[in-house]
Design a protein around this ligand. Structure first.
Ligand SMILES: N[C@@H](CCC(=O)N[C@@H](CS)C(=O)NCC(=O)O)C(=O)O
Length: 209
């Protein structure tokens, strides 16, 4: 019998969903959540998701009492309050604000890469806007430069909200932009990622091939 009491609107390609799943694995709670896989984009929404989350986005988590949580930041915060181990989101002090700010930058990389994906995969080619695509790509490059500095000491210190976010963002870049070759420009980040991507939580949540 399944021990799942919650349901996660899910797609294995979504880096935001992956972040939630890695949190569940890392805190020993994966079995508490059943996955409902959905396919969606801004031009091809999911009626099931829209019925629960007016923003029409995943991840969205249905709790046992029928209430719903979104977005990924709220969901990982909830998950982090449901286990007895060391929190993956520092509860207070300077560490809290620094780790959440790094996590926010990781989310910005995911946002930019997902928007690039929508522009290139769902928009007719003659309507692609090169300057807009370049602007999104530049956000990613600037963020990777900050992560390269963070990869010397900050990221290796813990696999927490910041490190999980950066790892999921890099995994999504490898999945959607394999031609980017970010490892050449950011070797410290590459060495850190080579190690953390072997964690069971990361191996169990890889994007589809
Ligand atoms: N800020 C949101 C972003 C979630 C997001 O953009 N999800 C994408 C899938 S990767 C989505 O649901 N897109 C559908 C849409 O934009 O209509 C979060 O952190 O959960």
């Amino acid at each position: 019998m399944s021990a799942a009491t919650m349901k996660l609107f899910h797609n294995p390609a979504s880096p935001f969903v992956r972040k939630v799943l890695v949190f569940l694995h890392e805190t020993g709670q994966r079995e508490r959540v059943e996955l409902e896989t959905v396919l969606l984009s801004p031009t091809s929404p999911s009626a099931a998701v829209n019925a629960h989350n007016p923003a029409g986005k995943i991840p969205a988590l249905c709790l046992a009492d029928g209430s719903l949580l979104h977005d990924s930041r709220v969901i990982v915060d909830y998950i982090d309050h449901q286990h007895g181990g060391e929190p993956l989101i520092p509860r207070d002090g300077a560490a809290r604000w620094r780790r959440l700010t790094l996590a926010s930058l990781a989310d910005a990389v995911m946002d930019a890469a997902v928007l690039i994906r929508y522009e290139t995969a769902t928009r007719p080619e003659e309507k692609h806007w090169a300057d807009w695509l370049d602007g999104q790509q530049a956000k990613i490059t600037r963020a990777l430069a900050e992560f390269e500095t963070a990869a010397s000491a900050e990221l290796p210190s813990r696999f927490d909200v910041a490190s999980i976010g950066v790892a999921c963002a890099l995994g999504y870049l490898d999945f959607r932009q394999p031609e980017l070759s970010w490892r050449k420009s950011f070797p410290t980040l590459a060495a850190w990622y080579a190690e953390v991507s072997q964690r069971p939580s990361m191996l169990a949540t890889q994007p589809p091939v």
